[in-house]
Design a protein around this ligand. Structure first.
Ligand code: BT5
Length: 233
């Protein structure tokens, strides 16, 4: 199935500071910017996203979800779509580390950034494809470093457009519940000892509103809406 909406119109650039900044919010929903290289790729909370030229999928989508939906859930929805694509293409099991990391063999292969601008959501996806181990930060992996072979980026991106469109449409229609089958079973943190915003305990689940539930002892469960997770490997 060819993607119908997401990925159109498409702007391809060789180098930019960040694809996030190049998205024109006056365009229709689905517009995408794809870069071969970013000189100032962004992570969350002022962090950086690094990838050598020509090695990764670096893209940003313009989304205009209905006001009835909770936009921060989009990082999880996109994570599900990236996981669908990687699993189908590589046959390897992918996990999602709340709130925005895609994990393959316990290393981060992709990161997602959902930013609001002009009432729209700019959804950035960075997927490590052909980086060598030594070209990536610690605890990062690429499809190449984890499968031992190189991957063509364009077919992967096309696959991702199809998966993202399917998951996004389902979410617009039915909320996080409608994509939960791709989220709950892939929860990387479940059963791990974690610490988030000063709350320490064992992660029990990503619940159906996209929050992380942490058991802090004697059956008491604390629910966390956002934050940075420290975890035991
Ligand atoms: C993220 O942030 O994981 C969101 C990354 C989103 C990147 C895409 S690329 C296309 C679009 N344009 C942009 O400018 N951004 C988006 P965060 O959870 O804050 O993770 C950032 C941290 O991950 C860094 O501090 C590093 O430790 C690590 N990191 C940096 N580059 C990485 C890479 N290529 N692979 C894995 N980890 C990386």
């Amino acid at each position: 199935m060819a993607p119908e909406r997401l990925g159109q119109p498409r702007l391809d650039v060789e180098t930019c500071e960040s694809t996030q900044a190049l998205v024109d919010t006056s365009l229709p929903e689905g517009a995408i910017v794809v870069a071969d290289h970013q000189t100032a790729g962004r992570g969350r909370l002022g962090r950086h996203w690094e990838a050598p030229p020509g090695t990764a999928i670096l893209c940003s989508f313009l989304l205009k979800p209905p006001a009835s939906r909770s936009a921060p859930e989009l990082a999880l929805v996109a994570g599900v779509a990236v996981a669908d694509t990687i699993e189908r293409e590589t046959g390897l099991a992918v996990q999602l580390k709340w709130p925005n990391d895609v994990m393959l063999r316990r290393t981060k292969v992709a990161g997602i950034l959902a930013e609001m601008r002009d009432g729209a959501v700019i959804l950035g996806i960075g997927l490590n494809v052909n980086q060598k181990r030594e070209d990536m930060p610690e605890r990062a992996g690429s499809l190449r470093s984890l499968t031992g072979r190189e991957w063509e980026r364009e077919p992967l991106l096309r696959s991702l457009l199809v998966d993202l469109e399917a998951r996004y449409d389902a979410w617009v229609e039915g909320g996080l519940d409608a994509v939960y089958d791709g989220l709950g079973p892939r929860d990387f943190l479940r059963g791990r000892r974690v610490s988030v915003n000063g709350t320490t305990g064992v992660a029990t689940m990503i619940n159906r509103t996209g929050r992380l539930e942490i058991q802090v002892g004697h059956g008491e469960v604390v629910t966390v809406e956002s934050g940075e997770v420290l975890y035991e490997r």
